[in-house]
Design a protein around this ligand. Structure first.
Ligand code: PEP
Length: 266
């Protein structure tokens, strides 16, 4: 069953991972803003978000506010806890106080490096929603999963675990990120991305109903570049991109953000 909606505003989000200190962050965001201004880009049809390391958030927030930039801010992780004896953790309340809109949950690097399983992702999603942040939930299969189970099984089960634990009208962004495509230079094809994103939308439909399936944005992530973004964005169930490496180069990220101008290169 196709779920259609024209209310899903595309989102292009840059996940900087553990790159760029706060001074470099300011330079990159300034250059991104200048590049888009030079191209007379009007961000009427797209939300643009940057997800810097925690230590950059205050600097980037200040720059966005001072220069009135059309960029949204997000973080790469949050604690399941609100406050207290959790050394090294960062609370959703602190992120909200820095005007963060989004927070990544369950990025495959955190699932792999920190053993974050579905139960942790559920807790972190709940914490994000509690603090009025939009969880940007990453789901995706490894190369081994793909070979054994096909593309959709793992992402669907990761998404289902979270959907079943949150209210059905929660604002959530889902990022389908095949682990084998992240940082590999080998993206999924736009057809592969569409197939899994459509299946994820069907999953939202079956757990939370048609309205939620129609309004939830589903992004593709994994080796997105300016040369392949248009192909993904043409697909009906792909509502944007989570961009890692290419988001560190402000000119390249600016070109991705202007996806409507591109000719598809697959
Ligand atoms: C990511 O880390 O979320 C990602 C998509 O990385 P890359 O674009 O570098 O593959």
């Amino acid at each position: 069953m196709a779920v259609e909606s024209d209310s899903r505003r595309p989102l292009i989000a840059g996940n900087w991972k553990m790159n760029l200190d706060h001074l470099q962050a300011i330079a990159v965001v300034q250059k991104l803003a200048w590049t888009l201004k030079d191209k007379n880009f009007q961000p009427t049809g797209v939300d643009i978000a940057v997800l810097p390391p925690f230590t950059d958030l205050r600097s980037v927030q200040t720059l966005i506010a001072a220069d009135n930039l059309d960029f949204q801010l997000g973080a790469q992780d949050l604690s399941p806890h609100d406050s207290g004896a959790h050394t090294g953790d960062i609370s959703g309340a602190f992120l909200k106080a820095l005007a963060c809109k989004y927070v990544l949950v369950g990025h495959s690097e955190r699932r792999a490096d920190h053993g974050e399983d579905d139960a942790v992702c559920v807790q972190k999603t709940q914490a994000a929603l509690k603090h009025d942040l939009v969880p940007l939930l990453c789901v995706g299969e490894t190369a081994e999963d793909l070979e054994k189970l096909g593309a959709s099984a793992v992402p669907v089960s990761q998404l289902t675990a979270v959907l079943e634990a949150i209210p059905s009208d929660s604002e959530l962004v889902v990022a389908y990120e095949p682990v084998w495509a992240i940082g590999s230079g080998t993206p999924a094809t736009s057809d592969q991305a569409q197939e899994v994103c459509a299946t994820l939308r069907e999953t939202i439909l079956s757990v939370h109903g048609k309205e939620q399936a129609a309004r939830t944005r589903i992004l593709y992530g994994g080796s997105v570049k300016s040369s392949n973004i248009a192909g993904f964005m043409k697909k009906p169930d792909v509502d944007g991109a989570l961009v890692g490496g290419a988001s560190l180069d402000p000119e390249e990220f600016a070109a991705i953000v202007q996806f409507e101008k591109h000719v598809t290169v697959e």
